[in-house]
Design a protein around this ligand. Sequence first.
Ligand code: NOJ
Length: 538
Amino acid sequence: MEKAWYKEGVVYQIYPRSFFDSNNDGIGDLKGIVAKIPYLKELGVDIVWLSPVYKSPMEDNGYDISDYQDISKDFGTMDDMKDLIFKMHEAGIKLVMDLVINHTSKEHPWFIKSENKDGKYVDYYHWEPKKRNWSSFFGGEAWTFSEKRGEYYLHLFAKGQPDLNWDNENVRQDIKEMIKFWLDLGVDGFRCDVINIIAKNNNHPNGKFKLILKGSEHYFDNPNLHVYLKELYEDVFSKYDCFTVGETVFINPKTAADLVNPERKELNMVFQFDHMAADNHVVKWFIKKFKPFNLKKPLSKWQKELNGWNTLYLENHDQGRSISRFGNMDYYYQSATLLATIIYFQQGTPFIYQGQEIGMTNAHYTELSQYQDIETHNIYKLGRKFLFSHNSMMKRIKLMSRDNARTPMQWNDQIHAGFSRSRPWLEVNGNYKIVNVKNNQEQTKTILDYYKKIIKLRHDNEIIVYGDYEDIDYKNKRIYAYKRTYNKQELYVLCNFSPNVIRIKKYDFLNQKLILQNYSEITSEIMKPYEARVYLKK
Ligand code: NOJ
């Protein structure tokens, strides 16, 4: 196994809009992130991934970019960005940006010129004189008519997010120049948005009948994907000390292995989504009761089957909070720390999403109007069109809306949770008086403290980073246990993923050194609800 800094580091994802508001306009900003660098240091993370801060009309909160080489006024200026890169580096933290290159905003000059059939921009996007039946990831149709051009354009996400035509060499050239611009400014890598769907069948035939994502057979697993990623790697990434992590939707370990195989020179790692379906039928709005085994099964599959480097995550800006989905509020501290133990002792690079480290929960909104997210509103409309009741749609939204992850970071028990002195762009979660950073810092035995311990353990023990993975008692529905092996060392994770007290086997590792636990009192062969332990045998 080749060693690398991005394998050994712990990544912290910041959703800038909701992290910290330095100028009190209700929106988090770059100066706000600078102000919280001491907090990131205290937590011990090595790398920060910033969700998009580029210029954007904000139809999809910045995932619709109108200028790749400028910063949105909501977040600050280019000088603020340079300052952030500098200060992060000064603090020993690397900075990774979001790279949204499947699509732009329809306000991007390339699209405006393409709509006008202007010179080299004519084919910068996907155009068709006749509408195709493809459907979008946000629900609804994926081809929309442009009055100006008199043709339909493809948008796999919102109407304001037209898909770029990657078969066009000029598009690829412009994108490469843009990536170089950021790397030259000192950025250390990129999280590449929906990167596995950039290559499409350019004849755009109608899609086969499907309930969701009609047309997806024309862009999933397109062989050109590998060609284009190689080109990016060879012409740009290989020239810098940086890493890439691709967001890859509907991916299996085999395709993922091709994407991250170091010899193929495409990406360094990918985010897969199998374990995010532990409480739904793959489409997140079709919810089902969560069962711990449905989390264990896919996680274990990726540990065993991916011939390559994994990413380890339970949350991001698109997912409901893990404690609300997979934990148990009656055992709040224990289940939050159990989840962290399960995921962050596996092999791969850990990603922590802002607020996860203090046990932030889903939003508890009651009205649809409290949600801001475009996907949430689209899905509500679509669901109602298909005759789902208001209550049924609200139940799904309460669990799955992306806004659950986007509520402002809860810094303290003061007004607006210390995020801003003005009314935030999205309502603060009502539990901020209890769940906040300050309480976590001042009290003993907190979730934050536990996260700090995990991060330190990863830094101090190579076995947690590089060790081989093996399940223990895989079929047990309540016990989640596994072993890591590295050189002559062994590490054991043992968790009771249930609200019951259970008697466990006399595992022979029970007499090894306990290096982490989420209960102060331990009875060797009895496990309390959501108890988590980590043993190290040297
Ligand atoms: C995935 C991003 O994570 C999500 O937030 C965004 O809406 C879509 N891609 C479109 O860019």
